[in-house]
Design a binder for this molecule. Structure first.
Ligand code: FE2
Length: 632
């Protein structure tokens, strides 16, 4: 038996992953255990969990990999400083003590944290992303595209994966970066960099692409080979502490939106414009990767691969027959990538892809593709048994009904059809940013009020985006312009015409988020203002109870679509344990909590003053949200 521990840490979203004989046994982000969102600290809890899952201790780990090379990153910071000195003095003075005091001694730090003397092997940031995109994919031969903000020097790369081989072909280097371009607009439109990019993407359909020409004329050159060149006069991130400066203000008519100021039409138009430019770059990069590798399939990773609108266009308009995206496309997935790279590239172990095994059918082959990747539906985190959940509920004094396992799906479907919001806690926690039915809040996609109910009473925020639809795989083409797998909610496609409804008269005059409240389809809670939807296809093989719930809902209502949003509130990580789930349930408007076979109803527990401190601030929060509508 060979065991490999992969780690990513110290920048954003620390995580650990354990491979045993080349198979993923466990993977999780530190934030889920520490309860600090995007926790960047050493992933001690995640490591402990991975070891526990496999029944191992640290001395039984054969190889340890870290997802990037700290020394090369240090060199980049130093060189960027020298190149821009003395302008970057302030950011240099802020960054250097951290590097000199901590990050440069990374191997020692990691050994100390793990309590081992073992050697630590450092991967390359983009090679880790590339490995995370290709090795767990079902493909035997594929082009690989990694796109993010910046790793050591690289900001995007093209590679070619064949069997167990992975060859890096070309890279684009800092400061020219699609991720940083998008982040600059995230910053300028008043959202939080590294977090608000999703909001910019969600805001884009409200706007017009009126700044595309300005962006392409002044800020970014897109070359035929898919590389880009940023005009650094417009950016501050190389030498300053912010992303954008006076150049942006001049070009886009005024200062950036302050985070608590209302969103205006300008931010919507900027979002739409940078989204279009980004999609154009993604397509150009894909064409280039296709030319250079001759491969018919594409694997994607890096933070920009979470741009599911861009991914949808890549699938529809790009040169590849098929696309696979690593669900933990951000830096958390680097832990998985470096572990895979150690297994196949360092240890030279062979790889038998699903394609070679014959357990995967290509898109468009007519056969229902069995999406046999190696990610196990991204369900790689902790699971809690009925006994553990029962014991916890009992200890906390929470009244719950234990149901017959076979009756749960039907019961939940009935509750959904009656308009109830369900906290669904079952199976293994998801790895990556999306909840996929194991730590999810679910509701009726047909309900015109579900979007507001979920936002205001549960998430305590107003959102530009509708919620994601989870649809039975076999019905996806009947509801969306997609007849493919999208198990990780990473593809956006439109609601089919026959499912759309005419908006009521006068709705064209609505502005901003009011537009989202107009019923545009039979599933309004999951339909964006441009009819697009961020689709999750669900197969029984990946997630039996989740599938059974949607299937039972379909039998009851004729609709094979529900809405799925992550089980958390704003600014908190997704829940991990039964206690996290119960706390979130009690401080939000979730009606019923289903934890494996246990069902807890809000109406049954609300009067009993449960053992945990109950947060009664939800109503206040709702008011706050209404007042703060259109603030980030
Ligand atoms: Fe990255």
């Amino acid at each position: 038996m060979t065991t490999i521990l992969g780690l990513s840490a110290y920048y954003h979203d620390s995580a650990a992953c354990l491979l045993v004989d080349g198979r993923i046994v466990a993977a999780a982000q530190e934030e889920r255990f520490s309860r600090k969102k995007h926790d960047e600290r050493f992933p001690s809890h995640a490591v402990a969990y991975c070891l526990r899952e496999a029944g191992l201790t640290i001395d039984r780990i054969d190889h340890i990999g870290f997802y990037e090379k700290p020394l090369v990153k240090f060199e980049r910071l130093l060189e960027s400083y020298v190149a821009s000195a003395p302008r970057g003095l302030r950011s240099y003075l802020m960054a250097m003590p951290v590097w000199l005091g901590d990050k440069l001694w990374m191997a020692d730090n990691i050994r100390r944290e793990l309590g081992t003397e073992a050697e630590i092997r450092f991967g390359d940031h983009h090679e880790s992303h590339a490995a995370s995109a290709f090795y767990p994919s079902p493909f035997e031969d594929a082009a690989i595209l990694t796109i993010d903000g910046v790793g050591e020097w690289t900001t995007s790369s093209i590679a070619h994966g064949r069997g167990a081989d992975l060859t890096m072909i070309r890279e684009m280097r800092f400061p020219h970066s699609v991720g940083l371009l998008y982040s600059a607009f995230t910053y300028f439109t008043g959202f939080k960099v590294n977090e608000g990019e999703y909001k910019v993407m969600g805001l884009a359909p409200y706007g017009e692409p009126k700044y595309v020409a300005a962006i392409r004329d002044h800020i970014v050159d897109i070359h035929d080979d898919g590389s880009i060149h940023l005009n650094l006069e417009y950016f501050e991130f190389v030498h300053g502490l912010t992303m954008t400066g006076e150049g942006f203000e001049r070009l886009f008519g005024g200062p950036r939106r302050e985070p608590d100021a209302p969103v205006t039409q300008r931010e919507m138009d900027l979002a739409r414009s940078v989204q279009e430019v980004t999609e154009e770059v993604m397509l150009q990069m894909a064409r280039s990767a296709h030319r250079e590798t001759g491969a018919r399939r594409l694997c994607l990773a890096g933070g920009v691969a979470l741009n599911c609108v861009g991914n949808g266009r890549l699938l529809r308009e790009g040169p590849f027959d098929d696309l696979w995206i690593q669900p933990a496309a951000g830096d958390a997935g680097g832990s998985l990538g470096v572990a895979y790279a150690l297994w196949h590239r360092y240890l030279g172990q062979p790889r038998v892809s699903a394609e070679r095994r014959g357990t995967w059918a290509p898109r468009g082959s007519g056969a229902m593709p069995a999406y046999a990747d190696e990610m196990h539906g991204a369900l790689l985190g902790p699971r809690y048994s009925d006994d553990e959940i029962g014991a916890w509920l009992k200890g906390a004094g929470v009244a719950a009904e234990r149901m017959d396992r076979g009756a749960i799906a039907e019961h939940v479907a009935e509750l959904l059809a009656a308009g109830k919001v369900i906290g669904l806690f079952q199976g293994r926690m998801e790895f990556g940013p999306r909840a996929l039915g194991c730590r999810s809040i679910i509701g009726d996609a047909r309900s015109p009020s579900m979007q507001s109910v979920l936002n205001l009473k549960i998430k305590f925020r107003e959102s530009f985006r509708p919620f994601a639809p989870a649809v039975l795989r076999e019905h996806v083409a009947d509801w969306f312009e997609l007849d493919d797998e999208s198990p990780y909610m990473l593809l956006v496609a439109d609601v089919v015409t026959k499912r759309r409804v005419a908006p009521p008269p006068g709705s064209e005059a609505l502005w901003g988020i009011e537009k989202l409240k107009v019923r545009r389809s039979q599933i309004p809670a999951a339909t964006h203002v441009d009819y697009s939807a961020r689709i999750q296809t669900v197969r029984r093989e990946d997630n039996a109870l989740y599938y059974d719930i949607i299937k039972a809902f379909y039998r009851l209502t004729g609709c094979p679509v529900i809405v799925n949003t992550s089980f958390n509130v704003k600014d908190e990580p997704i829940v991990c344990t039964p206690e996290d789930a119960y706390r979130c349930f009690m401080k939000t408007g979730i009606d019923v909590l289903v934890m494996e076979s246990y069902v807890v109803s809000k109406s049954a527990v609300i009067d009993q003053a449960p053992a945990l401190d109950r947060d009664t601030s939800s109503d206040e929060n709702s008011v706050l949200v209404v007042r703060d509508a259109w603030r980030s």
